[in-house]
Design a protein around this ligand. Structure first.
Ligand code: NAP
Length: 244
């Protein structure tokens, strides 16, 4: 299939990433995935295991090695989309929020490697393939990047704020290559990352419910499709009105 589009998606094994791979696969895209665990046997999409790269994005050297591996799998071809979705949000030993006073600096650095530096390394490393496709990058930020959140820690929040700023910088720098760069900022989405107590929080939202991973996946798909061909440098809130 010479015209088949390709997506590189980080963190595809669960939650928002899992819904995203399903959305793109159902539209006929090839999806190359990256995460720490091997490809799960019960995972239903076509060509999944062959197109999975097992990698810890918290390790800068392996992330750079992964770029070489991804480029070889693309065989000098095009990359229509890069979705930087993998993210971590560490908690304390009792599941408590880690603040600016209580976050170990090494943990803070690890969060930045996964949530912030990996997107930079991947986007820069794949710019030739992205430009060849006139492709799109979507960075997955968070509502926690813009306001203090009751459960998300300081390292997570600051990494997402930085990723939001990175989206603006990259939109400026990649635009002349014909590559669009946008972000989506989810609020409370039903996934494993959520803390106990989120249900209560959702009851006070304008839409009175948690979001679904598929609802986030549809917006990511929009930002990678021709429907958004003149949209770059924006961050779309997907949060049922939580930001208002
Ligand atoms: N759920 C929400 O309500 C919400 C709200 C705001 C923002 N977000 C953001 O949305 C994104 C997805 O969230 P989610 O809730 O779907 O998360 P999730 O269920 O915890 O999944 C995280 C994904 O990232 C991968 N990952 C984690 N650490 C990694 C590492 N060091 N290297 C490579 N892959 C790694 C995981 O796979 P492995 O375990 O195999 O590595 C997994 O596929 C994240 O960026 C998160 O910050 C989520």
């Amino acid at each position: 299939m010479p015209d088949r589009k390709t997506l590189l998606l980080t963190g595809a094994s669960r939650g928002i990433g899992h819904a995203t791979v399903k959305r793109f696969s159902s539209a006929g895209w090839r999806v190359i995935t990256c995460s720490r665990h091997p490809f799960p046997e019960d995972c239903p999409w076509e060509a999944g295991p062959e197109d999975h790269i097992q990698i810890d994005l918290g390790d800068p050297a392996s992330t750079m090695e992964a770029v070489a591996e991804i480029r070889s799998r693309l065989k000098g071809g095009k990359l229509e989309a890069l979705v930087n979705n993998a993210g971590i949000s560490p908690k304390g030993p009792e599941g408590e929020r880690l603040s600016t006073l209580t976050t170990d600096l090494r943990d803070w650095g690890k969060v930045f490697h996964v949530n912030f530096f990996a997107p930079v390394v991947l986007a820069r490393g794949l710019r030739v393939e992205l430009a060849a496709a006139q492709g799109a990058i979507v960075n997955v930020t968070s509502i926690a990047g813009a306001r203090v959140h009751p459960f998300a820690g300081a390292a997570y929040a600051t990494s997402k704020a930085a990723l939001s700023a990175l989206t603006r910088e990259m939109a400026h720098d990649f635009g002349p290559l014909g590559v669009r760069v946008n972000a989506i900022a989810p609020g409370e989405i039903e996934t494993a990352i959520l803390s106990p107590g989120t249900d209560k929080l959702a009851e006070a939202l304008p839409l009175r419910r948690l979001g679904k991973p598929e609802e986030v996946a549809r917006t990511i798909y929009y930002l990678c499709s021709a429907e958004s061909s003149y949209v770059t440098g924006v961050e779309i809130e997907i949060n049922g009105g939580q930001h208002i």
